[in-house]
Design a protein around this ligand. Structure first.
Ligand SMILES: NC(=O)c1ccc[n+]([C@@H]2O[C@H](COP(=O)([O-])OP(=O)(O)OC[C@H]3O[C@@H](n4cnc5c(N)ncnc54)[C@H](OP(=O)(O)O)[C@@H]3O)[C@@H](O)[C@H]2O)c1
Length: 250
């Protein structure tokens, strides 16, 4: 895959119906890839199909279902996987969670990253393929209003690094990397978290955001992930993603 030209390559993006995933699908499509977008909301995927045309294949499915991962990898033979789907945590302090709400990010985010990563290694994807998994800045800083979210996202970073080890050991030539975006109000998930932290601090959202620097936009995430996919020199295991772009975490 050469600089910013993905013509002839297929990308699968999970969680493509809105937020970062939708912007990543648009950016990869703009770089020439055929994009298969997976999410549960068929109407939003149909809207993206209307925007992008034949270069986008919508798939209405649960990305955390292991059959979804195996079936779509076999059917589309992607060179690019963006494992972006994620559940919105219930924004409450620890003691107001139940085990079910606390562990939601494990059932969706981690389970989905596990199944897709496993399938990528088992098949295996063709040499030169890239798997990007969406972790979170919360994996480093914690997220006290999000139940098990931060730990789940840290596990996705570990899991991706383990997969990179297995790829190297078996000389698969498949690049695995985790991206840790900074919290941003630009998506539904991020806006709910920002509103929760602002309320907890006794601030309105604008005051809470004032000292946090420029907010990452979904479009910037799309551009950054496309750059990561197309630049084989960006071969680190993990990157922090802010409005300033990607920064290696080694
Ligand atoms: N926004 C932030 O501040 C931030 C910061 C760090 C990391 N992240 C991570 O970035 C990723 C994208 O988040 P976002 O902010 O763009 O959130 P979002 O706007 O809420 O979008 C989440 C996406 O995930 C999909 N999804 C959720 N469960 C799914 C399932 N079981 N199967 C298939 N798709 C599923 C949703 O689609 P359907 O509902 O249609 O299925 C939607 O497309 C997440 O992994 C999130 O944890 C976000």
């Amino acid at each position: 895959m050469s600089a910013q030209d993905l013509t002839g390559n297929t990308a699968i993006v999970t969680g493509a119906s809105r937020g970062f995933g939708r912007a990543i699908a648009v950016a990869l499509h703009g770089a020439g890839a055929h994009v298969v977008g997976v999410a549960r909301d068929g109407a939003r995927l149909a809207d993206l199909r209307a925007q992008l045309g034949d270069g986008f294949t919508p798939v209405t499915a649960d990305a955390a279902d292991p059959v979804t991962a195996g079936h779509l990898i076999d059917a589309h033979e992607p060179r690019i996987l963006v494992l972006n789907a994620g559940a919105s945590p219930l924004p409450r302090p620890l003691h107001q969670h139940t085990w079910e709400t606390f562990s939601r990010s494990w059932d969706v985010d981690v389970q989905h990253a596990f199944h897709w990563t496993r399938e990528a290694l088992l098949r295996p994807l063709a040499p030169g393929s890239v798997v990007v998994a969406m972790s979170s800045g919360a994996a480093v800083q914690g997220s006290p209003l999000s139940g098990g979210y931060a730990g789940a996202k840290a596990t996705i970073r570990f899991l991706t690094s383990y997969a990179a080890d297995e790829s190297e050991r078996a000389r698969l030539g498949v690049r695995f990397t985790a991206v840790l975006p900074q919290l941003t109000p630009a998506t539904e998930l991020g806006a709910a978290a920002v509103a929760g932290y602002a309320a907890r601090s006794g601030m309105d959202v604008a005051s809470y955001l004032k000292d946090r620097g420029p907010a990452l936009t979904a479009e910037q995430a799309g551009t950054a992930i496309t750059g990561l996919v197309t630049d084989s020199a960006q071969d680190q295991r993990a990157y922090l993603l802010t409005a300033a772009g990607l920064r290696s975490l080694g």
